[in-house]
Design a protein around this ligand. Structure first.
Ligand SMILES: [Zn+2]
Length: 253
């Protein structure tokens, strides 16, 4: 579902994909794009290739089941002004000079859901600012290399408890296949199939969830992990974070 030609897809479709996107037409790409895609395969908590292969198609869910989570095509409305960075959140200009591809991005609808991810890359124990910034930039480059408009997640939580701004909340994210409308994505740095989240990371995640739930009036039952979406065939956010989801929801309820 990767769309490398921003002009080829109509408005109001999540044009920059979402995890699980495939990489058609790679052979037609210039060498630099192929390199970026190589990075992309490394980055993000993306569904694995074998998981993608197992996905039934099409993945658009049963409308009767998901009618409250999807909306029909809405009229195009102008984007609101840039979202002010939430208090305590490191602005994206602090860690990247890259700008989103605004020709290939949809406006964010009112936030109704929050989804938690891990990056699923190599285990990561660093807590210093520069290593964390580099890891996030690697993920952003990987997502851009897939043809997405920007890093797929709206916020990133590192092991020391910093919260970083990812994709501006004016824009729909790209983090749950076919379910990005009104869905705020939070990435916890690390691979939680192979390591555990740090206490500082869990505390920061809890605090940031509360901030977002209050600001956007999201109920705790609408805070899901990536694998809790029926359309997402993925192990994300890894068993050592997934095992904490019930406790997280209880704490923020
Ligand atoms: Zn995920």
């Amino acid at each position: 579902m990767t769309n490398l030609d921003p002009n080829s897809t109509p408005r109001n479709v999540t044009r920059d994909g979402g995890e699980g996107a495939t990489l058609e037409s790679v052979s037609a790409l210039p060498r630099r794009s192929i390199l970026m895609i190589g990075l992309g395969l490394l980055a993000g908590c993306a569904t694995t290739a074998s998981q993608t292969a197992r996905m039934p198609g099409p993945l658009w869910p049963d409308p009767a089941l998901w009618s409250s989570r999807t909306k029909p095509t809405a009229p195009v409305t102008p984007l609101p002004p840039p979202t002010p960075t939430l208090a305590g959140v490191i602005s994206r200009t602090s860690w990247t000079k890259g700008n989103p591809d605004t020709a290939n991005i949809d406006p964010m609808l009112p936030v109704k859901w929050i989804t938690i991810h891990h990056d699923g890359m190599t285990p990561f124990l660093a807590t210093d600012y520069s290593s964390c910034a580099s890891r996030i930039e690697l993920i952003r480059n990987g997502h851009r290399g897939k043809g997405w408009a920007d890093i797929g997640y709206h916020f990133i939580v590192d092991r020391s408890g910093r919260v970083w701004e990812g994709r501006d909340l004016r824009y729909q994210g790209a983090h749950v296949k076919d379910q990005n409308e009104g869905n705020l994505g939070i990435l916890c740095i690390g691979n939680f199939d192979q390591q555990s989240p740090s206490m500082a990371q869990l505390v920061a995640l809890d605090r940031h969830l509360r901030v977002c739930m209050l600001k956007y009036k999201v109920k705790s039952k609408c805070v899901l992990s990536h694998q809790e979406w029926a359309s997402a065939k993925t192990a994300c956010p890894g068993r050592n974070l997934q095992s904490k989801m019930s406790g997280i929801r209880r704490a923020i309820a």
